[in-house]
Design a binder for this molecule. Structure first.
Ligand code: SAM
Length: 319
């Protein structure tokens, strides 16, 4: 029987105040709050689009020679985006999803059940993974390392629960330089959209003020949960110190991130459903074209630290 704590999707003002000094509490409050709408907010799906996105991220940094891994663990699973889609792609047979937020673990288990995947789940802090040594042959995470106060400690835990020869893959981590331009582009887009939609002719494009205020409060909490950005070389060195001498970092998305962040911010600033499927496909195709440019041209001339996303992989040494 599960003893996991229950989700708390309605944080009080006092709890939000307390979270200002406690990044883990901020993570639980923010992600419990977001769990119900997270897939919509980030256009997460469990169909071909996200299956190939997840599989491509994995292949980019780690290849697919070990597929399928038998027993995979995900840290900071959110709604299950990375591991569930990797399992659908054939990367792993059995999965365990974990997250600090009870609401997210519930959402991930619900999604896994809907997809008919062999997955169990637990509420867990990545700094103290509640599984025995050598339990998994694969550990994955997407957009989680930058939320963890002690990243090196978490990587040591990852290597502890991996069996010798087992692999870890983390993707979707913001680089220092990428985060700098992405945040500024996002803030500019938010300001421009919420200002221009004050014009009477554009009222239909304006979200009610209460919703915009709620988004601003969520953004304030979001600023508390985003603890780190990474320099690729430093992240690589950290994983090596944690016990993976072969750790290596790849980066991606330069032109694509310059489009992606304004697009995502614009989508959040206008009423849900206003933009429709045509826009979603246009945005996705444009992102794909710019990603192609990043991979095939810009990666040869632009330093890796300038790309927005870092991905890291490594294995536990066989003694
Ligand atoms: C940005 S979300 C990413 C969710 C999902 N992996 C995805 O890509 O859609 C980060 C997730 O990490 C979780 N998280 C934050 N700190 C954590 C920690 N110390 N241990 C485990 N999970 C954590 C959050 O609750 C949240 O669900």
């Amino acid at each position: 029987m599960s003893t996991d704590p229950a989700p708390n999707p309605h944080a009080t003002a006092e709890q939000v105040e307390a979270a200002r000094h406690d990044p883990k509490l901020a993570n639980v409050l923010y992600h419990d709050w977001e769990a119900g709408s997270y897939d919509d907010k980030w256009s997460i799906s469990y169909d071909e689009r996200c299956v190939s996105y997840a599989a491509d991220r994995f292949r980019l940094v780690a290849g697919d020679t070990g597929w399928p891994y038998e027993r995979a663990l995900e840290l900071g699973c959110g709604t299950g985006f990375f591991l569930l889609n990797l399992m659908q792609a054939g990367a792993a047979t059995k999965g365990s999803v974990t997250d600090l937020s009870p609401g997210m673990v519930q959402a991930a288990l619900r999604n896994a059940k809907g997809l008919g995947l062999d997955v169990d789940g637990r509420v867990a802090d990545a700094e103290r993974i509640p599984y025995d040594d050598d339990s998994f042959d694969l550990v994955v995470g997407h957009a989680v390392l930058h939320h963890i106060p002690d990243v090196e400690g978490a990587l040591r835990e990852v290597l502890r629960v991996l069996e010798p020869g087992g692999r870890f893959v983390f993707a979707g981590e913001p680089t220092m330089i990428g985060d700098f331009y992405a945040r500024r582009l996002g803030a500019l887009t938010w300001k421009a959209t919420t200002t221009i939609t004050k014009l009477p002719a554009l009222q239909g494009w304006r979200r009610p003020q209460t919703e915009l205020d709620e988004s601003s409060r969520a953004a304030a909490l979001e600023a508390l949960v985003d603890i780190h950005t990474f320099d690729p070389a430093d992240l690589e060195a950290m994983a090596r110190r944690a016990g993976a001498p072969d750790a290596r970092v790849a980066t991606e998305e330069f032109a694509a991130a310059m489009l992606g962040w304004p697009v995502r911010t614009f989508e959040a600033a206008v009423p849900p459903g206003k933009l429709g499927m045509g826009w979603a496909m246009f945005a996705y195709r444009s992102w794909q074209r710019l990603s192609w440019l990043d991979q095939n041209l810009l990666s040869r001339v632009v330093p890796r630290a300038w790309f927005y996303n870092a991905l890291i992989t490594g294995t536990k040494p066989v003694r």
